[in-house]
Design a protein. Structure first.
Length: 529
């Protein structure tokens, strides 16, 4: 390993889950894009999946639980990340995932013949690298792309996400100043240095009454700085460290093509459809002379900050009959709470609105059970393109979940055991923050209080008794009940009252959604508040 890597390893990065790294989501995005045939039967058989720069390994752990017949592999340069990932895999009872402390540059010509990965597969069906391409220098970036190109099986897919220009043009001022602060402090980028740099930049922009030149040139910088203030420190340090180099899509795609990787779409579903743009921007993008230029113009039109690109090694477009049939079989599940009346949604393309009657009716129907995309097209008289664009917006916003026809045998019982172990870990203070939906085969976010109540929700007890059990459980775990501002509630009666209020809201809104997604006992009655 390089003792002075291009990416700093003296600090650990936060543990985050990303639905886009789920095999089922990658399958969905590839299918909706229509540029490469990836058979959904892959979900029901053995396959191999490699995560280059896996961090704490949470995404691999959830994938491994969702697909027990498959094999998952992750490598990272940070020993703390790898040690923690191995410990979590053991605690969660997963035997089909392996982690290694290794340098991805040794994979640039295929699997290394020595070192901790020498016994790993020579080729993979899926390779992913989340955020890594823009967090390293040019040499490591090229090694990353070379590794993906050499390790993928023909027909395999590569997910590569990265920070991009032009959206990062204004933010690059903050990175530059953060690095300067770090150099003067004699160390690497720190959260304190980033916040000091942010304060300095705000001063450099002037005031609302007296805007300075930087404020005129970068009018959006102030709101960007204000938005990142509450973000975790580990995330900020990673985003604004010295090696970080946002990329333009044109050079990045040329690099990938040079290593045999063909662009096939995006894991950000609305970005599959530039037709969703307003007429002026849509005309600009669609007038591009070829597909590569269309991607360049698309990023300029939306001021792209982060791409989730999909590539194939040997792209093979599906036949139209197979594509339409497979899309029609997709299962749609409601992820919307009963009080969710949204019909417009924030996306990277801007705020996109859908017909309110269509959205309301679809939510009502799916609340009673899943339906297929083919059924939706028939009932709503939608052509395929229109249906896919609506689905991209609703699934991207988390209003609808999309699953594939149920595997045989069902992974439900094994996933239920995994979820129980996750609940035990979450309520003991471990950073997991999600449970696995056996319906979607994707993680579903769950906060700490929700986890405690899920532990007791099927006990058949009145709401007051459930609150008492949760209060006792939090105390036994060494925690405190906290108010909406995050402050501990010391008075027991106030704490119990807060827990009962939380339960009423949870039982009426979030809990039915979780049960529709197969989390918890779907047939159990919800105790009355």
């Amino acid at each position: 390993m390089d003792p002075n890597p291009a990416y700093p390893t003296e600090k650990t990065y936060g543990a985050f889950l990303h639905r886009e790294l789920s095999v089922s989501w990658l399958m969905l995005a590839t299918l909706m894009g229509g540029r490469h045939r990836l058979d959904p039967d892959l979900l029901n058989r053995q396959f191999s999946y490699l995560d280059l720069g896996c961090g704490h390994g949470l995404n691999l752990l959830f994938n491994a639980a969702a697909h027990p017949r498959a094999r998952f592999y992750g490598l990272d340069l940070n020993p703390t990340h790898i040690a923690g990932a191995r410990a979590k895999a053991e605690a969660l009872g997963l035997g089909n995932v392996q982690f290694a402390l290794a340098d991805l540059t040794t994979f640039s010509e295929g699997r290394p013949s020595t070192g901790p990965c020498r016994g790993w597969p020579e080729a993979y069906d899926v390779v992913v690298a989340h955020g890594l391409a823009s967090w390293v220098g040019p040499a490591v970036r090229e090694a990353l792309i070379a590794a993906a190109g050499s390790l993928l099986r023909p027909g395999g897919i590569f997910y590569c996400s990265y920070n991009t220009y032009p959206g990062w043009l204004s933010r690059s001022t903050l990175q530059m100043l953060s690095v300067e602060e770090a150099l003067r402090a004699g160390g690497s980028t720190s959260a304190a240095g980033i916040r000091k740099a942010a304060d300095t930049l705000l001063r450099c922009m002037g005031s609302e009454d007296n805007v300075w030149p930087l404020g005129h040139e970068l009018p959006g910088l102030r709101s960007q700085i204000e938005q990142f203030q509450p973000l975790p420190e580990a995330y900020l340090v990673g985003e604004y460290q010295a090696a970080h180099q946002p990329l333009y899509v044109g050079p990045m795609h040329r690099l990938c093509r040079a290593h045999g990787l063909t662009p096939i779409g995006s894991a950000s579903l609305p970005e599959l459809f530039p037709e969703l743009l307003d007429p002026g921007r849509r005309a600009l993008v669609m007038e591009a002379v070829d597909a590569p230029m269309r991607e360049v113009l698309f990023d300029l039109a939306i001021n792209q900050t982060f791409r989730r690109d999909l590539f194939a090694r040997g792209a093979c477009p599906p036949s139209t009959p197979w594509w339409r049939r497979t899309l029609a079989d997709l299962q749609l599940h409601s992820c919307a709470e009963s009080g969710d009346d949204r019909d417009a949604f924030d996306t990277s393309l801007g705020r996109l609105g859908l017909d309110p009657d269509f959205v309301r009716t679809l939510k009502e129907v799916l609340a009673d059970g899943p339906q297929s995309l083919g059924w939706l097209m028939e009932q709503a008289s939608l052509d395929l393109e229109d249906a896919l664009m609506r689905l991209a917006v609703l699934a991207g916003a988390g209003v609808i979940g999309v699953g594939f026809p149920t595997a045989t045998p069902s992974p439900g019982p094994a996933i239920a055991g995994f979820n129980q172990r996750c609940l035990d870990q979450i309520t003991a203070g471990e950073e997991i923050g999600a449970l696995l939906s056996p319906v979607l085969l994707q993680p579903v976010n769950v906060n700490l209080l929700e986890a405690f109540f899920l532990q007791v929700a099927d006990a058949g007890l009145p709401a007051a008794d459930l609150a008492q059990l949760v209060w006792m459980g939090i105390g036994m775990a060494g925690g405190n009940v906290k108010d909406p501002e995050g402050q501990p509630i010391e008075d027991p009666e106030q704490a119990l009252s807060h827990l009962q209020d939380f339960w009423e809201t949870f039982a009426a809104g979030r809990l039915p959604v979780l049960r529709r997604l197969g989390i918890g006992n779907a047939g159990a009655p919800i105790p009355a508040a």
